[in-house]
Design a protein around this ligand. Structure first.
Ligand code: AMP
Length: 129
């Protein structure tokens, strides 16, 4: 069965997409730690990040870096935090989180956004790319 992220790639379920190329996709986390929390994923469905081929892994990091720089421009924050967890969704994803404080890296502290707030932050990131 396809992962929920493969369904996003295939357009079967909606997402607030911010960047895409032939190999990778970035979209907003639906249950963000902080406004602008973004996930960068490979289109190839791979469970664990360190099982990726080295070149593919490096390309994912380059893609994530580009998105992180746009995110830092778009969302006022002290810096962008990066994490890889994968306990919930078994499809590689890099979390990029605008940080104001250490608690923003805790995956138990969540921010509620309206659809228009998601749209607004997604557009701001896209415009900063
Ligand atoms: P983890 O696998 O523990 O790294 O966490 C998976 C992340 O994916 C969580 O932060 C979820 O909020 C996020 N997530 C799950 N489903 C969706 C979805 N349909 N769209 C956007 N983000 C999602």
């Amino acid at each position: 069965m396809s992962s929920i992220f493969t369904k996003i790639i295939n357009g079967e379920i909606p997402a607030y997409k911010v960047a895409e190329n032939d190999k990778f996709l970035a979209f907003l986390d639906i249950n963000p730690n902080a406004k602008g929390h973004t996930l960068c994923i490979p289109k190839q469905e791979i469970n664990k990040i360190f099982d990726m081929e080295e070149d593919h892994y490096v390309e994912l990091m380059k893609f994530s870096r580009e998105v992180a720089k746009a995110l830092e421009t778009a969302v006022p924050c002290k810096r962008i935090g990066m994490a890889v967890v994968g306990l919930e969704v078994p499809h590689v994803h890099v979390h990029l989180i605008p940080l104001q404080e250490m608690d923003d890296m805790r995956f138990t502290k969540k921010e509620k956004l309206t659809p228009s707030e998601f749209e607004e932050v997604a557009n701001a990131i896209k415009e900063s790319l």
